[in-house]
Design a protein around this ligand. Structure first.
Ligand SMILES: Nc1ncnc2c1ncn2[C@@H]1O[C@H](COP(=O)(O)OP(=O)(O)OP(=O)(O)O)[C@@H](O)[C@H]1O
Ligand SMILES: [Mg+2]
Length: 240
């Protein structure tokens, strides 16, 4: 099945991000997600990767789409997985999984309620979701709080893999702050909009925050097929 942009855009900004890995598990693009999963495993030879943050240089690169598909891919592999929507500015995970978002991460941080109470089951075995919760006025403050670190500690004890969605690195400081809570960070970049300087700037900011950058995902890559069909797919590459 082709990964046509038109189809992916049907949901609009507030619509769901397509879970292609669940809808078409045998599609080339789904295989690409499994390749990324394998690469993440290899990135953690010394210390297994148990939490991965997805961020991007600029907005709209496809972080949320890729994070959601990766979370499903981990669930499909039988790993107890959590998708955590840590984008407290433009959250979308609740649309993708058709979940309510009155409660979620922001509420868990500010209220003294156990994080377990905010976990939502998904239609996928082995995949749970914590949505962003209501958009707070001070996302960076919440994400760098002691409560956030504590909450991540208790989640890490319960899941084999935590996939985190986040805002773009060149827009706000959130992803830098969140990188402290993740074993590895993956930068998603839209190849059509890709700019080397921006990507390097994003990498520098993450390195300043001591993030462990494990790779870059080139999203939305256009390939000229022999039939002159245009494909959009994901490609994983290790950060050299
Ligand atoms: N490979 C792809 N092919 C076609 N459309 C895509 C692809 N990846 C993402 N999209 C679409 O592009 C739009 C932006 O994607 P997404 O919301 O995942 O990006 P984002 O990086 O999370 O954005 P934001 O910075 O706003 O959080 C969505 O409508 C999504 O469905
Ligand atoms: Mg997003």
């Amino acid at each position: 099945m082709n990964m046509m942009r038109k189809k992916m855009h049907r949901g609009g900004a507030a619509g769901p991000r397509q879970l292609i890995v669940a809808i078409s598990p045998h599609a080339t693009v789904s295989e690409q997600f499994r390749t990324i999963r394998t690469n993440i495993m290899y990135a953690g030879v010394d210390r297994p990767m148990r939490s991965v943050l997805f961020t991007s240089d600029i907005p709209g690169a496809g972080k949320s789409t890729i994070a959601a598909n990766m979370a499903v891919a981990y669930g499909q592999a039988g790993k107890k997985t959590l998708l955590l929507d840590a984008d407290l500015r433009r959250p979308t995970c609740h649309y993708t999984f058709e979940a309510m978002n009155q409660s979620g991460l922001s509420a868990a941080i500010v209220n003294d309620i156990p994080i377990e109470d905010f976990v939502k089951k998904t239609e996928f075995d082995d995949l749970d979701l914590i949505t962003s919760g209501p958009i707070p006025p001070n996302p960076s403050e919440l994400l760098s709080s002691k409560k956030m670190a504590e909450l991540m500690g208790s989640l890490a004890a319960q899941y084999e893999m935590i996939i985190m969605d986040s805002p773009p690195i060149l827009s706000v400081t959130d992803a830098q702050l969140l990188s402290k809570q993740a074993d590895g960070v993956i930068i998603v970049t839209d190849v059509e909009n890709n700019n080397r300087d921006r990507l390097m700037e994003a990498k520098d900011l993450l390195e300043k925050a001591d993030a462990n950058i494990i790779g870059v995902v080139l999203n939305n890559r256009k390939v000229n097929h022999r039939t002159s069909d245009k494909y959009y797919y994901y490609q994983a590459s290790n950060d050299g």
